[in-house]
Design a protein around this ligand. Structure first.
Ligand code: C2O
Ligand code: CU
Ligand code: CU
Length: 494
């Protein structure tokens, strides 16, 4: 049946195709599936942007599978302040759908990776091995680390090769992650399963216990083909690949069983391109306690929270008043069920220990008054994305900055004639502070350290950036297809 929406969409779709032609986009490069999808619900599609949404609807989680909790990686050796780990990127098969093996990639496992725990002050020795049959890199997203160990596109490890890196852990307790970064192939490798978590700990006591009331949630959307395989070439879309199937920690149709108590959830948007606005189905509020780079100065009470690709947030949800058969779910703002919770047991002593950040984040007067010295303009869509009008060139250094000195960067998301899209802007090797967004003080939950910031079309953010280490670092849009399409630049810190 042709609905009203359809009737409007048809002429609009034609307009879209004409526009693409006018933009010089080669439609022959798109397979028929994408052509069909792009006239209806793919991101980057002007119709959807006019509606202010760029999302294929995801299927609700039925909650039939208990959430997989990634194992904590065991160290090879720990002596004094030194800790050694071995991390191997490899291929494997994973039973995501009952009784079916899906070809996947993972770190030290067939799919995704373990939690790598590091402590502030430690010297870490990581032995990295590439057991894939293609080149890869190991990038530590959010880690303050020298450029030579950061794992950007220059740092390729060939199939079968190993590399050892050593660095000092110098930042506060936080939830970071690691993923590959090979030039032009980041999106595909992450899509196929390469992503793991890094937990930095410091002297602060964590009253929560991993796997008991402290859970990571790696949120990803994927498209599986008829054989239930992840076929990136089939699924990919130049403006950002999104899927209809949700996986959390690699679990299909996940549910999480919790006690009647406060629970700490560490959310990572590990998707290639999808944005999520998280809510609880009963509209209950929760507290955000940490952002990308660690604890906020104070918990922030929220009823919804947006994460764009690569962003993290730690939230505390109070289940102590939830009765056994009440349905509480983690949902998105459009009502998609991501994670049903099953509340069990009796009410526990509710922990009210506040997590106090050891090093509160402050913005000095000096930083407030400092002039902008680096300007970044994000623009374009699909294959036509750029930063400051240029595409990534591995032989070009775009900016220089002095180690240990704060500079003020202005990041602008330039709208296009169709409106534009949110670009999550990320800088390697540092945690920055947000000074303002569109001339206004940032919201409370953006007042902590960040390594990725979401910019709506037309948004201008002012951030204070300091690198503690030297080297060459990337900055880029974290829609992985935008990154692969050249929406990336490099800065040399000396
Ligand atoms: Cu999540 Cu360039 O990285
Ligand atoms: Cu990064
Ligand atoms: Cu982008």
């Amino acid at each position: 049946m042709l609905t009203m929406k359809r009737l409007i969409l048809i002429p609009l779709s034609l307009a879209f195709i004409l526009l693409l032609g006018a933009c010089g986009m080669n439609l022959n490069n798109m397979n028929p599936f994408q052509m069909m999808k792009s006239s209806d619900d793919r991101p980057g599609n002007p119709m959807m942007m006019m509606h202010g949404k760029g999302n294929t609807q995801m299927v609700d989680s039925t909650g039939e599978n208990e959430l997989n909790i990634p194992p904590v990686l065991e160290s090879d050796k720990e002596t004094g302040n030194n800790i050694s780990y071995a991390i191997e990127a490899k291929k494997g098969q994973t039973e995501i759908f009952e009784g079916i093996q899906t070809e996947t990639l993972g770190y030290n496992s067939s799919f995704l990776g373990p939690v790598v725990k590091l402590k502030k002050g430690q010297t870490a020795h990581l032995k990295l091995k590439n057991s894939l049959d293609e080149e890869t890199t190991f990038h530590w997203h959010g880690l303050i680390i020298g450029g030579e160990a950061d794992g950007g596109p220059h740092d390729v490890i060939q199939p079968g090769e190993e590399k050892e890196i050593t660095f000092k852990v110098q930042q506060e307790a936080s939830t970071l992650w690691f993923h590959p970064h090979p030039l032009g192939k980041t999106a595909k490798q992450v899509y196929e399963g390469l992503a793991g978590l890094i937990y930095i700990e410091d002297d602060m006591e964590n009253p929560y216990v991993y796997g008991e009331n402290d859970f990571p949630l790696i949120i990803q959307d994927r498209t599986f083909n008829d054989q239930k395989q992840l076929d990136y070439r089939f699924a990919q879309f130049p403006d950002g690949t999104i899927g209809d199937t949700l996986l959390i920690n690699g679990t299909l149709n996940p549910r999480l069983t919790v006690n009647k108590e406060k629970v700490r959830l560490r959310l990572l948007n590990g998707s290639n391109a999808r944005n999520y606005t998280f809510k609880l189905s009963n509209n209950q509020s929760f507290e955000q306690i940490a952002s990308d780079g660690g604890l906020l100065n104070e918990p922030v009470e929220l009823t919804e929270l947006q994460l764009t690709p690569a962003e993290r947030a730690e939230i505390v949800v109070d289940f102590s008043e939830i009765e056994k058969n009440e349905d509480v779910e983690l949902i998105t703002d459009d009502g998609t069920v991501l994670l049903p919770f099953k509340v069990k047991g009796e009410k526990e002593e509710v922990k009210d220990e506040m997590l106090e950040p050891l090093n509160p984040v402050t913005i000095s007067n000096e930083e407030m008054q400092q002039q902008v010295s680096k300007e970044i303009v994000l623009s374009g869509m699909g294959h036509h994305v750029s930063i400051n009008g240029k595409k990534f060139d591995k032989d070009r250094i775009d900016f220089i900055q002095k180690k240990g000195e704060t500079e003020i960067w202005e990041i602008y998301n330039k709208p296009n004639m169709m409106g534009g899209a949110i670009h999550p802007f990320h800088i390697h090797g540092t945690q920055f502070k947000v000074i303002s967004i569109n001339g206004e003080e940032p919201p409370e939950n953006l007042k902590g350290y960040k390594d990725t910031i979401a910019l709506d079309p037309g948004d201008k953010a002012i951030i204070a950036v300091k690198f503690e280490e030297a080297g060459i670092y990337m900055y880029h849009c974290h829609i992985l297809e935008h990154e692969d399409n050249g929406m990336m630049g490099q800065i040399k810190v000396e």
